[in-house]
Design a protein around this ligand. Structure first.
Ligand code: VGL
Ligand code: ZN
Length: 200
């Protein structure tokens, strides 16, 4: 990676950090634990510091399900109950240093709708447009579900997308799901970056 490319990765006006679903239920010990999900937090905290230093906006999505959500097994869905609104499982990871100014985007908050993408059924696109955001730094959980679908929608909506490769982890229901998701995001036009390339 040459110096010019490194420089282009520095957060600047028009950029936002978009943190996807870093919630207790997706961390080890949670009801839908993503293997090594907790490892994204320290990397995301480094990005949070970079964005805060530059007074650039931070967005954080969260799964915010009702207790009888359609994605839960009791209702015929694929998942154990997780991220029930207002429970500790739905809270952001305690170690994640979200600033008070972070814009919180709640999704899949009605019984009948699931949403893997932070754009689905939310005002995320409108808010990003109002903030004049053109480029998104996207990391969080899980690579093969909410990160993948958020990245797909972001690209479709015309945002430039940098996927934080060392700040995502996969559920891997099927072995290789996470790697396939990363390949798809790259194929669709997202650029995979690591924090070392941004700060180094
Ligand atoms: C997610 C499964 C179910 C995610 C949300 O945040 O990736 N995965 N609900
Ligand atoms: Zn969910």
């Amino acid at each position: 990676m040459n110096a010019v490319n490194q420089n282009n990765l520095h957060p600047r006006t028009g950029d936002a950090l978009l943190i996807v679903d870093v919630q207790n239920d997706f961390l080890p010990g949670g009801s839908l634990a993503v293997p090594h999900g907790d490892e994204v937090v320290t990397v995301l905290n480094r990005y949070l510091k970079l964005f805060e230093t530059r007074t650039l906006p931070v967005y954080a999505t969260r799964d915010w399900h009702p207790a009888q959500h359609c994605s839960f097994r009791a209702q015929g869905g694929p998942w154990p109950p997780h991220c029930v609104a207002k429970t500790s499982g739905a809270a952001f990871a305690a170690a994640l240093q979200l600033p008070p100014s972070a814009v919180i985007i709640s999704k899949a908050a009605t019984v009948e709708q699931d949403a893997y993408s932070g754009f689905q059924g939310t005002s995320l696109d409108q808010q990003l447009r109002a903030d004049n955001i053109r480029r998104l730094f996207i990391g969080g959980l899980a690579t093969d579900y909410c990160v993948l679908n958020t990245v797909r929608d972001a690209l479709r909506l015309g945002y430039q997308v940098l996927v934080l490769g060392d700040a995502i982890r996969a559920v891997d229901v099927q072995l290789g799901d996470g790697l396939r998701a990363e390949e798809e995001m790259t194929k669709l036009g997202a650029q995979r970056i690591t924090v070392k390339e941004v700060t180094g």
